[in-house]
Design a protein around this ligand. Sequence first.
Ligand SMILES: [Mg+2]
Length: 481
Amino acid sequence: MSASPPSAELSARARGGMVGLAVCDALGTSVEFCARGSFPPVTDLRGGGPFDLLPGQYTDDTAMALASAFVLLDSGWRSDPHHAAALLDAYAEWWRSGHWSPNARCFDIGRTVSAALRVYAGHADDLSSRDAWLARAMAGDADDDRRSGNGSLMKVLPHLLASAAAVATAPDPATAATRVIAAAVDASRLTHPSAIASDCISIYGMMVFGALLGYETDAAALMPDADGTPYTLPGLDPSKVWASLCEPVRSMLATRAYATAMPDESGDPGEAITASGYVLKSLEAAMWALNHANGSFERGATLAVNLGDDADTVGAIYGALAGTLFGEAAIPESWRSELAHAALLAAVGEWLVAMPSLDADVGALTSENAGATAADALLRVVESGYHAIYNKFSPGPGPPCVWPGGYPSTDAMQTDVDAKLTAAFAAAADAEPGYDSGVHDCILATFSKQAAADKAILERALRARPARTSLLGAIKLAKSS
Ligand SMILES: [Mg+2]
């Protein structure tokens, strides 16, 4: 089974998802914690808010999603203590150092997230105790309703995008998507263990995949049925999905406020929709905004964030889904051009969908099953990733794109990638007064590790195919077949 390069449509939706998440986070933070109606309506990126940000700067929602994304890109995801520790280490690093934040400071962290990170840190000195805690955490605690904040949903998108090209080309995409969603739930439980938070991710994940895989192209199709049964990918049994949900989630779906609460002239839906930090209300509000967006990313975004209160997170939850549905080009250009790290966010979406999965049943390339076609498919995945790097981070015309196939060895490829990225970031720093290199330094370190990981994967794949004794030979054969 082999991974395929993502289609242009899939890439555009993934880019839209990451940019949509961040841009609505940045729109919403201007009125975060403000009561609805107490502020001039948000129509543009204007910064300010409780953290006094610059226009286009995003908050913890996007920073944590980026931290997740780079863990996924670096080492993939399995629901095991090793990967869980990598994820929580990345969150802790963001909390400690501000990595992934647009101003290199962690200026806001949710209570549930910080509590989970403190418990995790308490296990730092004893690996077996730490791993046991991580395994228990991923199993969840269905009755712990207190930990049902929207910090679960705000950072889940990268887990859904990861390996989506493999999902799209799997023999049974719906079942493959279900496995990815279940793995995303496991990751979410590390910070938010409740059944309510888990079920919200299941519902949301299904909608994201309906949009991402191109099954649905309008919001109405992603909404629950008249009886509240949530959107289900073609080929799955909706009644089984309904039966799996806990009562509070069923009740929200069946009440249908996301459909029936009509926005008035100012966009106010009345009391039926609130933008609280409770994940069920945040999801309901994001669904309401999408349902009344009339096909416009911008309209839905302003409906979401002008609810006030937890505006940035409701915005992020709406923006990730709406950006995936409508695609990057549907997000207003003026917003994209002002958004911090917009090119990085878009590229991350593209890289995530192209990465191989560690789950063999998703249609993956694993170290265990790297077989007859693995080298060819991995080369395409690596090509796609580096193509994105060169296009996004080479200022101006830049150095010509050199495919991995053009290198004489994997060592040469890694050395060249490192050198080009370093040069590109240095040029960006020169070109932009006040340029904050913190995030890019972190990206550089991550990609250096990514190049080493790619090299190791390629070499493993080539070893599994003794007839192809060199990278160059494998590439030549792949291109001629
Ligand atoms: Mg936030």
